[in-house]
Design a protein around this ligand. Structure first.
Ligand code: ATP
Length: 141
């Protein structure tokens, strides 16, 4: 697989696990978080880390965000920051924006601004577990 450039915004458990898996698969991963400690904790799992507020266009431009193949917005609780970030990314021309939604409404707004893939972590994981339980080799559970 050719090397791609990913940026993960928000280095909580969700963002860090995406960053880590991509990094371990040999991809370029930039991690961005407001919180210095979060960036430091994720350092082993990312190619570069920066402390920045993703709702500031200047900060996104300074890392050349529009050159990234895919940007993941892994901010949940601060819905406003999540939406603003996704909107800026689309306005700056990022082709593939993925964002986590914590509610249906949050997801609807993300969809309206052109987010390419919206993830509902609990719902999606619940479906995945059920599908695994229904798969033929798991029916003994
Ligand atoms: P998780 O559920 O993935 O463990 P969490 O519970 O820490 O995450 P979230 O609100 O989803 O909480 O935040 C994820 C990360 O996003 C946090 O580390 C937070 O500092 C970061 N974050 C929030 N707002 C911004 C922002 N504007 N710019 C950059 N990072 C942000």
């Amino acid at each position: 697989m050719a090397k791609k450039q990913y940026a993960v915004i928000g280095l909580g458990r969700f963002g860090t696990s995406i960053a880590r898996r991509l990094y371990e698969a040999g991809q370029e991963v930039l991690g961005i978080d407001l919180n210095e400690e979060r960036v430091e904790d994720a350092e082993k799992y990312i190619t570069h880390g920066i402390i920045a507020d993703s709702t500031e266009e200047k900060a996104l431009n300074s890392v050349g965000i529009s050159n990234f193949d895919c940007v993941i917005v892994a901010i949940g609780d601060d819905i406003q920051a999540s939406i603003l970030t996704a909107m800026l990314l689309k306005n700056l021309g990022v082709k593939k924006v993925i964002a986590k939604a914590i509610s249906k409404r949050h997801g609807q707004v993300l969809e309206a601004i052109g987010t390419n893939w919206i993830i509902y972590p609990e719902r999606d994981m619940g479906e995945r577990v059920a599908n695994q339980l229904l798969s033929p080799n798991m029916l003994n559970y």
